[in-house]
Write a protein of this length. Structure first.
Length: 160
């Protein structure tokens, strides 16, 4: 069974976001070993510079990379990534499994994005949309799309 994990910076502050992710995690249990790894956000001082932001992104990136095991197929969620339809994401996950990978890590960075080191480690850079979404909503959307992908591959009626 494929292991799918979301590595993300920050936690879900509102109960409705947690409930939504929890519901998809429960549903995904039928298809894969699913998990979410939350990492702490780095704080910026009240008055900060571009250099401070760069340091935060690098620090968060190092923490992310520590959580990704070798051999994992890494999908970095970033705005400059490739846009895929739901069926194309389903095909990508199926291809990963068929090619012998046992784990996929989706990565959602912090407020200022992902470090170049994380993007370089990624096997795929994926964008949900050219629009910008709050990180908490993006996590729920990603959980839903992962569930939809597995539902498509299982030929269920979820994807209409």
């Amino acid at each position: 069974m494929l292991a799918v994990n979301i590595v993300c910076v920050g936690n879900l502050k509102e109960s409705y976001w947690r409930d939504a992710c929890g519901e998809y995690a429960k549903r995904l249990g039928a298809f894969c070993k699913f998990g979410i790894t939350e990492l702490p956000e780095s704080r910026l001082p009240k008055s900060y510079s571009e250099g401070d932001i760069a340091k935060v992104v690098e620090t968060e990136g190092a923490r992310i990379l520590e959580k990704i095991p070798s051999g994992s197929f890494v999908i970095a969620m970033c705005i400059e990534g490739k846009e895929l339809s739901s069926p194309a994401l389903a095909a990508q996950l199926e291809k990963i499994a068929v090619n012998g990978r046992s784990r996929v890590d989706f990565v959602i960075g912090g407020s200022y994005g992902l470090s170049e080191a994380v993007k370089m480690r990624a096997d795929l850079r994926l964008s949900m949309s050219p629009m910008t979404f709050p990180h908490q909503l993006a996590r729920v959307m990603l959980c839903e799309q992962i569930y939809r992908a597995f539902s498509i591959n299982a030929d269920t009626k979820y994807h209409k």
